[in-house]
Design a protein around this ligand. Structure first.
Ligand code: 5CA
Ligand code: ZN
Length: 403
């Protein structure tokens, strides 16, 4: 990684943001908390971090939900974006420095897509009758993946699995006129009843999903950056496609084509009642509901941190009670001035996070310190002065938990 002027290393991370129609369930929360841990570990190591993210504030599922509930899609998105920000603040997630929406980046995306068409890396597919406003002759635009020999290196999946996942996750492998079933949509022309923006020579329309993240990541972090993150459901097609797009976007500054993310990191999926927690299934536990019911946001975060980010796990309602008990013990242990020697716990916290963000191991280190401190206090044994402050500041800085 390049060095900053101060001698510290620099890191750039892009974490895919929400599609704002049913925020924020515990699966979302767990994914953003996972990357928050990474950012905290980097900051603790003196690394100068730039964190960029997006909000998919126009896309099919958002428009479908707005239609189904009779809401204006903009009002739905605005309300869910605000709720998400509130939830993230309550959970102690450090906000991104670069935070851009699909709608506000339409000019950049349409310019990039137009450039790809001119360079022969994207092509048009004829529209169904009634689409395209006053320019029905200008088709939807798709990326031509055929020319990309690195396609597939993010996910390492077989062709059959790719096709299945593409169809299940918003793709259209069977659309007539495409050169390859997996070619992804870059620009969707205007459809009756759907919002559309001026796309210059592309014609009116709106951006495809994967190009949105490629363009926003580049705007925030440049052509190459360290980590692109999200839940495991984004591995394919989203991160495979957005990385493919990053490779071919022409760099207007002349720096050359960029590879996008050097590393892709995916959080395990959180389930509830036996299935992946998802908006489409409706088996959601919303952070805002838990907060409204009086849950301490630090306990919600602690309940999430009890699981390693890479594993899939299932939320049980009792998890919150366990986390509240744990938080109580920790708070009791830091309520004094002294405590057990804090040096070990600080080292162990750092080691645990450096070991692929092993949060459960970090929590066990704090548990052990709290037990030592509470039993020493009960026995009236000597304590290290100021230990409680050291541990509570370390837990706050590294784990994002305010004690
Ligand atoms: N807007 C796109 C990304 S550009 C999107 O996937 N939005 S989302 O609202 O559907 O998801 C936001 C993030 O939460 C993604 O990283 C997604 O992988 C993650 N996520 C969704 N459901 C779960 C779940 N059950 N467990 C863990 N993470 C989840
Ligand atoms: Zn994304």
């Amino acid at each position: 990684m390049p060095l900053t002027a101060s001698g510290a290393e620099r890191a750039g991370i892009y974490v895919c943001g929400i599609t704002p129609y049913d925020a924020t369930h515990l699966g979302h929360a767990a994914t953003y908390i996972a990357f928050d841990l990474l950012i905290r570990a980097w900051l603790d190591a003196g690394i100068d971090v730039t964190y960029a993210s997006n909000v998919t504030d126009v896309d099919d599922p958002l428009l479908e939900r707005a239609t189904a509930t009779g809401q204006d899609w903009r009002a739905l998105a605005a309300s869910q974006i605000a709720l998400f920000a509130e939830d993230m603040t309550a959970l102690g997630v450090i906000p991104p420095q670069v935070y851009l929406g699909a709608v506000e980046t339409v000019p950049q995306v349409s310019a990039v897509v137009h450039d790809l068409v001119i360079r022969g890396l994207a092509y048009r597919v004829p529209l169904p009758p009634g689409a395209g406003g006053d320019r029905p002759d200008l088709g939807d635009v798709y990326a031509d993946l055929g020319s990309d020999r690195d396609f597939g290196l993010v996910s390492h999946l077989t062709a059959g699995t790719m096709t299945d996942l593409f169809a299940a996750r918003g793709g259209d492998p069977d659309r007539p006129g495409k050169r390859h079933p997996l070619d992804p949509l870059l620009w969707r022309r205007e459809r009756p009843g759907e919002p559309a923006w001026d796309g210059g020579e592309l014609g009116t329309g709106r951006p495809g999903w994967h190009i949105e993240c490629a363009v926003i990541a580049r705007a925030g972090l440049g052509a190459a950056f360290d980590v692109q993150g999200g839940g495991h459901d984004l591995l394919f097609p989203h991160h495979e496609m957005s990385t493919a797009h990053s490779r071919v976007i022409d760099d207007a500054d002349g720096i050359g084509h960029g590879p996008g993310a050097r590393h892709h990191v995916h959080a395990g999926l959180v389930g509830y009642h036996g299935a992946k927690m998802s908006k489409s299934l409706g088996n959601l536990v919303l952070v805002s509901n838990l907060r409204m019911q009086g849950a301490d946001p630090a306990a919600i975060r602690l309940a999430v941190l009890a699981h390693h980010y890479r594993q899939d796990w299932e939320w049980h309602d009792a998890d919150l009670d366990d986390a509240e008990d744990r938080l109580d013990r920790w708070r009791m242990a830091v309520s004094g001035y002294g405590g057990a020697d804090p040096a070990d716990v600080l080292d162990e916290l750092r080691r645990a996070l450096a070991d692929d963000l092993d949060a459960p191991r970090a929590l066990r280190a704090v548990d052990a310190w709290a037990e030592r401190t509470l039993s020493a206090a009960a026995e009236g044994a000597a304590q290290v002065e100021g230990a409680a402050g050291v541990v509570s500041r370390a837990v706050n800085a590294l784990l994002g938990l305010r004690l």
